[in-house]
Ligand binder design. Structure first.
Ligand SMILES: Nc1ncnc2c1ncn2[C@@H]1O[C@H](COP(=O)(O)OP(=O)(O)OP(=O)(O)O)[C@@H](O)[C@H]1O
Length: 617
């Protein structure tokens, strides 16, 4: 016996446990049983589309009727022959909407062949009564399936066929499962039909609770005629507020024909969260895919939420997200380009609207500008940065300072900005998200501008040295100060700078900070580590306390003869300068500050209480 004979002889078909499968769908694929209505609507719409292809004059109205214990949905669509019923309804995973060559067919919503099963999440029985439009002599057929996985097929006798399905088309009837009846409440059914199917191309009505409502609202707002651009804009904004629940700052139309996308992007009225990712309302051929669909816009466009209808993108099997493929990547790019064009258009024509937008969403634009120098250039007159001249644009700043100095952190900026400005240096705070990167890219878009990283050394270099004789006069004071601050790894130097009201500056280069971090770790670690870290000890510059020779306070302190008081005064200056840097204090700095102020208070108190006695003597 040959191998293949053996295989052929033992070949068996899979058995499917329907309960297990329905459980899988309802708990792991679909987010809620509410999708049952979407699947029914989708099948009805596809059936109508298929019939229109063979009979363009065929009716198209789809009717949902809430019944005593469930509902029915009637469509005048293509219907099924008995052979179709066996082929498509009774075989899970088989669909008439795919063909072998193309896969999912463009004109239909369905493709997977599992949609009908979703109905078992709310129904214990599904009955399909159908008559094919392809064959006028075809009898009506009834397919009736229960959630335990059994079904019956019956050809309808002519009289029953006439009563049930007079014309070609299909009626699907669901019998509610115990415990799932709430999914068939008339108001809920109408809400679901509206939510999923408002943009469907054929009229859908829901009858129940004594009334009939139309749940479709097509054509979509962006495909309707308007008398003016202002009227169109107002209609789009009102629609956005209704479906997204917020009044948008602005609206950008997304008519990207090549990508098969129609719709609008709504600009959030508040700053968006870059990490949260966009959540968009996406319709596929008029059927809602979801209202929190991600991946539709590039990451930088976190300031917009879209409502779109598309016929090019593919759904995931749950039909609740977009399948990530090349088409989606291309659509994302096209929509990003559209938003970018809108931004540059605003810059050229409506700077007022652009300013309003940027006051909320500058971060998104900065993020985009990092990778798009053309846009960066266009936005230069609008994007603001924190600088030693306040919040200004880089274009404005560079006019005053063709050498742009930039700090790499917010705290460095705080440390040096005031002093640098007083010495005539222009500094930009490069510590905020994206700002440093953009400043670094500035020479590329503003010819003649150079950018320099600014750190403590550059500031020290810009401060005036003090005349040697004057420095000598303060030698005793400086020696005492150096001795006091040496244990804190801080050098003391004397310079003259403005403003004179600043007595001392604490300057700390990045190298000094990392050296200090190394030393602290070495002190805390075990022997082996301490040794390794010790070997790394560098001769990096230490932090510096720069005393200001122009400060009257410093000059007065230099005349103190009492050594203890002098040390306390130096420690207080050091502490004050450290506080000005806004940097977290080390424990040893905090205790030094406390000690210095305690002692100063002690001195002050003693001098007040001593005074009268002294006078009395
Ligand atoms: N109202 C209907 N009229 C005509 N044929 C229908 C109708 N409902 C279902 N069918 C047939 O049953 C098949 C299976 O339907 P089902 O909803 O399970 O899957 P699908 O629509 O093909 O794909 P998907 O899983 O993506 O929804 C369909 O391909 C179609 O041939």
């Amino acid at each position: 016996m040959r191998m293949s004979d053996d295989l052929a002889g033992n070949a068996r078909s899979f058995q499917v446990d329907l309960r297990g499968l329905v459980d899988l769908l309802s708990h792991h694929l679909y987010s809620s049983p509410r999708v049952y209505l979407r699947e029914l609507l989708q099948n009805a719409v596809d059936a109508v589309t298929a019939r229109l292809a063979v009979d363009p004059a065929a009716p198209t109205d789809i009717r949902i009727t809430v019944e005593e214990n469930g509902l029915r949905i009637d469509d005048p669509g293509i219907g099924l022959t008995e052979a179709d019923v066996h082929r498509f309804l009774a075989t899970i995973g088989r669909s008439s909407k795919r063909d072998d060559l193309e896969g999912a067919r463009q004109e239909f919503l369905g493709q997977f062949g599992i949609g009908l099963l979703a109905c078992f999440t709310v129904a214990e029985r599904i009955q399909v009564l159908t008559r094919s439009a392809r064959d006028p002599d075809a009898p009506g057929v009834e397919w009736s399936a229960t959630s335990d996985g059994t079904y019956t097929v019956r050809t309808l006798p002519p009289d029953e066929r006439a009563a049930l399905v007079g014309t070609p088309g299909t009626t699907v009837r669901l019998l509610a499962r115990p415990g799932a009846r709430r999914w068939f409440a008339p108001d809920l059914v109408a809400d679901l039909a509206r939510d999923f199917g408002a943009l469907l191309p054929y009229a859908v009505t829901v009858t129940g609770g004594g009334r009939t409502v139309r749940t479709t609202d097509s054509p979509p707002v962006w495909d309707r005629p308007y008398r003016s651009a202002a009227e169109r804009r107002a209609a789009l904004l009102a629609y956005g507020e209704r479906v997204l629940g917020f009044a948008a700052l602005d609206v950008v139309e997304l008519d990207v024909e090549l990508a098969g996308v129609r719709g609008a992007a709504y600009i959030l009225p508040n700053a968006g969260n870059p990490a949260a990712g966009g959540r968009h309302r996406v319709y596929l051929k008029g059927m809602l895919l979801g209202d929190a669909v991600t991946g539709l816009l590039p990451d930088w466009a976190f300031f917009a939420r879209c409502v779109i209808d598309t016929d090019t993108l593919r759904p995931t099997a749950s039909r609740e997200g977009l399948y990530e493929d090349e088409t989606l990547a291309a659509v994302r790019e096209a929509l990003g380009a559209r938003l970018r064009d809108w931004l540059t258009g605003l810059a050229a024509q409506e700077p007022g609207r652009l300013a309003a937008f940027l006051s909320v969403h500058a971060l998104g634009v900065k993020s985009l500008a990092r990778h798009d120098s053309e846009l960066f250039e266009i936005m230069l007159p609008y994007l603001r940065f924190e600088t030693t001249h306040g919040e200004v644009t880089l274009a404005e700043f560079a006019r005053k300072h063709p050498v742009v100095r930039v700090t790499s952190s917010v705290e460095e900026f705080r440390q040096v900005a005031g002093i640098a400005a007083a010495q005539g240096l222009g500094v930009v705070n490069g510590g905020y998200t994206y700002d440093g990167e953009l400043v670094a890219a500035l020479p590329g878009v503003l010819p003649g501008v150079t950018v320099e990283e600014l750190d403590a050394d550059a500031v020290t270099a810009a401060l005036d040295p003090v005349d040697a004789r004057e420095e000598l006069a303060m030698a005793a004071f400086l020696t005492a100060a150096r001795a006091a601050l040496d244990p804190l790894e801080c050098d003391v130097i004397l310079r003259a700078f403005y403003p004179a009201s600043v007595s001392a500056l604490h300057l700390d280069s990045r190298a000094a900070r990392s050296e200090r971090a190394r030393a602290e770790t070495a002190a805390e670690s075990d022997e082996l580590w301490a040794e390794i870290l010790g070997a790394l000890k560098s001769s990096a510059p230490r932090a510096q306390l720069v005393l200001n020779h122009r400060s009257p306070v410093v000059r007065r302190l230099a005349t103190i003869r009492d050594h203890t008081l002098l040390v306390t005064a130096v420690e207080a200056l050091y502490g004050q300068a450290l506080l000005m840097t806004h940097r977290p204090l080390r424990p040893m700095d905090t205790s030094l500050l406390n000690r210095a102020f305690d002692q100063l208070l002690g001195w002050a108190a003693a001098s007040v209480s001593d005074a009268p006695e002294g006078e009395g003597r």
